[in-house]
Design a protein around this ligand. Structure first.
Ligand code: ZN
Length: 453
């Protein structure tokens, strides 16, 4: 995987950028008001009335803009779900979860924090954040007549309350949901891969890793298809590669494809010095993390078959050559798969998992994913938010990358890349097991499994 040149079609959605947290506060209230539409004008009036001078004017404008955005978003949600009961449930979820996720996102933003520091502290500001009331947020309906008490005069207090709610709701949501995906076990699969050493095509370690992977998949999947590939590199080296396709419910007509590359890069060309650049990349994150998640998904699907057909593709030869000069020697397995798709393809959609194991994971939209398959991006990020991972799956395009999903996109598959490219050890000798965490695999694994339930 490699960063695409800057000129190659980076796209981003129009996003609302509040000047400070004070606007997020309005968003939070507006969302709540959106649920209880009879109180709309009163509530917005109350919010505006608490502001002074330029803050008041800015907030009034932004509140209107945000409110229109929220109505649009809500109406789109209604269109997708259908049915009166479903609409009711969705409205509550949007009101609570949307506010929490958006607030958590903006709190990370330094601009937002500057805004917080600039905001005057009212005399009546409490010294500690208020305790969330039982029933507030987390999708539960709050009585309309409590609305006025939720519009506090202090921006700081409101942000603190939002943080407390977000944390409480996240903890409650996770605690009540059993994990089908076992992050600890997935991490053991990552450790096992590292024990082989670098999995470079053409080496015994690569061969042994492939044999182990095939054995694991035969123990879990309904069917395993092996695609042997013979590839001659630009330098004249003949590589024997293998794609492994693990299929669950192989005769189901509607299918989803999840994929990851299992090879590792021969040279750490992003390392600091020439000596290190000749060494291989250990591939704890770039290679092993995606495979570990897919193996964990395979365990979950063996225990509980999916609602539709699922294919797990472990592709080979993703990272062998130079992305800038030897384009035939990268994405080898995914390009082969794109040219030799199983009968019944294309799938409904495909999701690539690459470099998703690092500690403190933050996953933004990837540029080509958003450009070609925005509906898949929406689906994955919405699934993550529903699981309480809105603070990890963050909205907006940050990087545009040449990765296996591009090979599938060129063949007409609606494929996206789930990747955290803000990884300083990418393509260095420092991509080692101490940089990755079972907790990150757990998050991504939960999302992956939920996508096929
Ligand atoms: Zn790579």
């Amino acid at each position: 995987m490699h960063a695409a040149p800057p000129s190659t079609g980076r796209t981003s959605r129009p996003t609302l950028t509040p000047p400070a947290c004070i606007a997020v506060i309005s968003l939070s209230d507006a969302r709540r008001v959106n649920t209880y539409s009879t109180a709309t004008s009163t509530a917005i009036g109350n919010v505006t009335a608490t502001m002074k001078g330029t803050e008041r004017r800015n907030t009034s404008t932004i509140t209107g803009q945000l409110f229109r955005d929220l109505i649009d978003e809500h109406q789109r949600g209604e269109g997708r779900q259908g049915g009166a009961e479903r609409r009711e449930m969705l409205a509550q979820q949007v009101a609570a979860k949307g506010a929490h996720d958006r607030c958590r996102h903006y709190i990370r933003n330094s601009k937002c924090q500057q805004g917080m520091r600039r905001a005057p502290r009212p005399v009546t500001a409490p010294s500690a954040p208020p305790t969330p009331r039982p029933g507030a947020g987390c999708g539960r309906r709050e009585a309309p007549n409590t609305l006025s008490t939720t519009i506090a005069p202090s921006p700081l207090r409101r942000v603190a309350a939002c943080v407390a709610l977000a944390l409480a709701c996240t903890a409650r949501g996770r605690a009540s949901r059993p994990h089908e995906f076992d992050g600890t076990r997935a991490f053991s699969y990552l450790e096992r891969q590292m024990q082989f050493g670098p999995r470079i095509p053409g080496t015994p370690a690569h061969e042994r890793m492939g044999d182990w992977l095939l054995e694991r998949l035969r123990a879990t999947a309904d069917t395993v298809v092996v695609q042997p590939i013979t590839h001659v590199t630009r330098q004249g080296q003949t590589l024997h590669l293998r794609n492994f396709l693990a299929r669950f419910r192989p005769t189901a007509p509607e299918r989803v494809l999840l994929l990851a590359h299992w090879d590792t890069r021969p040279h750490a060309d992003q390392s600091a010095n020439l000596g290190q650049q000749r060494l291989p990349v250990p591939g704890a994150n770039d290679g092993a993390s995606g495979v570990a998640v897919l193996l964990g998904v395979a365990d979950a699907l063996k225990g509980h078959p999916p609602a539709l057909g699922v294919d797990l593709l472990f592709d080979d030869g993703e990272d062998f050559g130079n992305f800038a000069t030897d384009s035939d020697d990268v994405l080898i397995g995914s390009r082969y798969f794109a040219a030799h798709q199983p009968t019944g393809y294309p799938p409904l959609f495909a999701v690539l998992f690459d470099m998703i194991g690092k500690k403190n994971l933050q996953i933004y939209y990837e540029g080509y994913s958003e450009a070609v398959a925005p509906e898949v991006v929406d689906r994955v990020w919405r699934t993550a938010a529903d699981l309480g991972y809105g603070g990890i799956f963050l909205r907006g395009v940050k990087h545009t990358l040449i990765d296996d999903h591009v090979a599938l996109q060129k063949a007409g598959i609606h494929a996206i890349d789930v990747v955290d490219f803000d990884y300083p050890y990418w393509h260095t000798t420092e991509d080692t097991i101490d940089k990755v965490a079972a907790a990150s695999l757990q998050v991504v694994g939960d999302v992956a499994v939920a996508l096929v339930r």
